[in-house]
Design a protein around this ligand. Structure first.
Ligand SMILES: [Zn+2]
Length: 232
C-alpha cells in the first residue's frame, strides 16, 4: 500500500477575507499603516509551523518594509492589488494557474508559508481562497463600482451587497414603467419574457423568477388601480 501525504490549504478566515476586501478597496492612503500591520500579522499566522529563524526573518522583512515612507511602498501594494484582481478575473471552473507563490514548508499537515512581500501575500491568500472556493465571493459591483465580499461565491454575483442588487432591480422596474406604453403593446407573454430577462440580469435565482414576476404583476396592478381611484 502506498501512503499518500496530504497537505491542507486552510480556507481564509474572516480577518483574512476582510483584509483582501480592504486591499481591493484601498487607494493606499491613510489606511496604509493599518493594512501593513495586518499584513505582518497574517504573514506570521501563515508561518505557523515553521522554525523560529524563519519567523524572525519574516518579521524582520515586513518591519523593514513597514518602516519605509508610504510613497515608497505604495507601488508594491498597487502591484499586489492588481495581482489579486487578475486572479479573481481568471477564476473559473477549470481552475487558475497561480505563480509566484511563497516558499511552502514541508513536511507539515497544514501548509505554512514564508511570505516576505505584499505581492507574495496576495498570491498566497488568493491560492488558498481558490482551493476553498472563496475567491468568487469577491465581486466588483455593477451598480456602484465598489468591491464587495458576498456571503457565497456565485457566478451570478454582480453586486457588492444586497442593497445594490435591490437598487439595481428597482431601477429596472422604474425604467420598465417609463417604457410602459410600448411595454403594454407587447402583450402578456412578451412582457413576461422581457421581465424574466431583466430580473435574471440582476442575478436573481432561477427558481425565484416566477414568484418575482407574480409579485411584480400584483404591485403594478395595485398601482394602476390606485391611480384609477385617484381619477374618480
Ligand atoms: Zn455596490
Amino acid at each position: 500500500m502506498r501512503l499518500q501525504a496530504r497537505i491542507v490549504l486552510l480556507p481564509l478566515d474572516r480577518k483574512e477575507l476582510n483584509f483582501c476586501k480592504a486591499i481591493l478597496k484601498s487607494d493606499f492612503g491613510n489606511d496604509l499603516p493599518r493594512l501593513m500591520t495586518e499584513a505582518l500579522r497574517i504573514a506570521l499566522q501563515s508561518a505557523r509551523g515553521l522554525d523560529e529563524p524563519w519567523t524572525k526573518e519574516i518579521k524582520f522583512y515586513w518591519k523593514k518594509l513597514n518602516s519605509r515612507p508610504p510613497h515608497n511602498v505604495r507601488g508594491y501594494w498597487n502591484v499586489a492589488r492588481d495581482t489579486i484582481i487578475e486572479l479573481i478575473e481568471q477564476n473559473r471552473k477549470t481552475g487558475v494557474l497561480v505563480g509566484g507563490l511563497p516558499m511552502i514548508g514541508v513536511p507539515t499537515r497544514i501548509a505554512s508559508a514564508a511570505v516576505f512581500h505584499p505581492e507574495e501575500l496576495m498570491r498566497w491568500l488568493a491560492f488558498r481562497a481558490i482551493a476553498n472556493k472563496q475567491l468568487g465571493r469577491f465581486v466588483k459591483c455593477d451598480y456602484c463600482g465598489a468591491w464587495g465580499l458576498r456571503e457565497r461565491a456565485r457566478k451570478s454575483n454582480r453586486y457588492c451587497k444586497t442593497e445594490c442588487q435591490e437598487a439595481a432591480h428597482l431601477e429596472l422596474v422604474k425604467r420598465s414603467q417609463n417604457e410602459a406604453p410600448a411595454f403594454a403593446a407587447l402583450g402578456q407573454s412578451g412582457r413576461d419574457a422581457i421581465r424574466t430577462q431583466q430580473i435574471k440580469s440582476t442575478g436573481a435565482k432561477k427558481g425565484k423568477l416566477p414568484a418575482m414576476l407574480e409579485n411584480e404583476k400584483k404591485v403594478l396592478e395595485l398601482r394602476s388601480r390606485r391611480s384609477q381611484l385617484r381619477k374618480l
